[in-house]
Design a protein around this ligand. Structure first.
Ligand SMILES: [Zn+2]
Length: 442
């Protein structure tokens, strides 16, 4: 109650551009903003990291080498780095290809979906049935038997369209298909297939499941609509290996008064085995690192502990997030913040916080008006902090201009050049101000 009064006063002060009852947070926000926006430390660090360590899929030597590098560099920089051991799934796609065999011959870009089985060591050749929804597949189930089903489903929202990727193999196998292909989950393409997670159901056969480009999905639709039968030849060699050891990487500024109370923030350091995983999600990890780095460089000591985590295995297992929640069960998390929606121009935050806490976070958000990131709205957190959320921890997610994120998400196009140094800095500012002020609430 008292802090909400202080924050109301603070809000008034900020709006008036004057020093109010809580000048510390507003002053600190200005100092953090100035420090982080002054240089290209974040962009330079992120670029070097993703250039050296692209394709950090769980179970890969690349992911573990990237973690070794992060740990070594953080230690060199004086951080007391902790790691949290966690076993992660290990799947590799192997060699794969898709060829249109009839009525014209052409290689089609494709990416197997994470966890898919292969085609049994030989090319799988079959006629095609294109459908535009699960409902159409059900209506035409008799035509799907023995065929490769192509789901040509246009992108609406990620949450809705991703259902086709997640459950397409199950639906196609139920109808007797021998393989399934999905139109990549994204609103725009330049012949770029998007990979991602998928599911099987033990009640139906496992069939190979891959993504093709949106352009080719539309082309196959046109062939079908003209009454021209299409045959495709699919080669996939996806394989599971034994679970592999990995780690979450943790650094923090210990709280001076309430060290056992924690504000945690970060992103996931693993990625798919394509592109550089720059926006998904090395950018989120390093923006959080940059935020904490700025606090330390400014000699700022928080009341509560502010912690940065590089979570492992978000993309195909969530083992890092689960291990973090388990291994910190004795601590009190007052807030968990994730950045995993790209690192473009920040707009603010979503949060599941209610009542007084929501009002407080909204007031803190107002301090981000100088970088146009003051919107704090109701919503959820992120995957890595969902195990904390289940335990009742309030969660937040950094919100950015998402207009281009799903052009690149899970593709070879997720590379550093798509990001902007100033926007990256602003993401770090938003994380710094939110975590700092939340950790210093009375
Ligand atoms: Zn991600």
């Amino acid at each position: 109650m008292i802090y909400s009064m202080i924050l109301v006063a603070l809000f008034g002060a900020v709006m008036a551009g004057a020093q109010g009852m809580a000048p510390r947070c507003a002053d600190d926000a200005r100092r953090l903003t100035a420090a982080i926006t002054a240089d290209s430390l974040l962009a330079g660090t992120l670029a070097r990291f993703v250039d050296h360590y692209p394709r950090r899929l769980s179970g890969s030597a690349m992911l573990e080498a990237s973690l070794d590098d992060i740990i070594a560099r953080l230690r060199q920089d004086g951080w007391n780095v902790r790691t949290q051991p966690v076993m992660v799934p290990h799947w590799e796609r192997g060699e794969e290809s898709l060829t249109m065999a009839s009525p014209v011959t052409r290689r089609l870009p494709m990416l197997g979906l994470g966890g898919s089985i292969g085609t049994g060591g030989r090319p799988l050749r079959a006629a095609v049935l294109v459908v535009q929804s699960f409902a159409e597949l059900e209506r035409r189930a008799t035509e799907a038997r023995g065929r490769i089903v192509v789901f040509n489903v246009p992108f609406t929202t990620y949450g809705e369209t991703v259902q086709i990727r997640s459950r397409g193999a199950i639906a196609a196998a139920k109808a007797g298909a021998v393989a399934s292909l999905v139109r990549s989950v994204g609103p725009y393409g330049i012949q770029t297939p998007h990979t991602g997670g998928m599911a099987y159901d033990s009640a139906v056969a496992r069939i190979p499941h891959a993504a093709i480009t949106m352009e080719d999905a539309m082309m196959l639709q046109r062939f079908q609509d003209r009454g021209e039968a299409v045959e495709l030849e699919l080669v996939m060699n996806g394989q599971w290996f034994a679970e592999a050891p990995s780690r979450n990487v943790v650094i923090e500024l210990p709280g001076t008064e309430l060290p056992q109370e924690v504000v945690v923030m970060g992103g996931h350091i693993d990625s798919w085995d394509v592109g550089q995983g720059a926006m998904d999600d090395a950018g989120g990890c390093f923006a959080a690192w940059r935020a904490l780095h700025a606090m330390r460089a400014l000699g700022m000591k928080p009341r509560r502990t502010i912690r940065v985590v590089f979570w492992t295995n978000e993309e195909n297992g969530l083992r890092g997030g689960l291990a973090y929640a388990e291994q910190t069960a004795m601590e009190k998390h007052v807030l968990a913040i994730e950045s995993d929606e790209g690192t473009f121009a920040p707009r603010g935050f979503q949060t599941n916080a209610k009542g007084a806490l929501f009002a407080t976070l909204k007031e803190i958000g107002s301090l981000l008006a100088p970088i146009n990131a003051s919107a704090v709205v109701e919503g959820g957190g992120g995957a890595d902090i969902s195990p904390l959320e289940k335990k009742g921890v309030p969660v937040m997610s950094l919100q950015v201009d998402g207009s281009r994120y799903f052009w690149y998400h899970h593709t070879d196009g997720d590379t550093f050049d798509k990001l902007d140094a100033k926007e990256l800095n602003h993401c770090a500012v938003a994380l710094a101000v939110m975590s700092w002020c939340a950790a210093n609430l009375p």
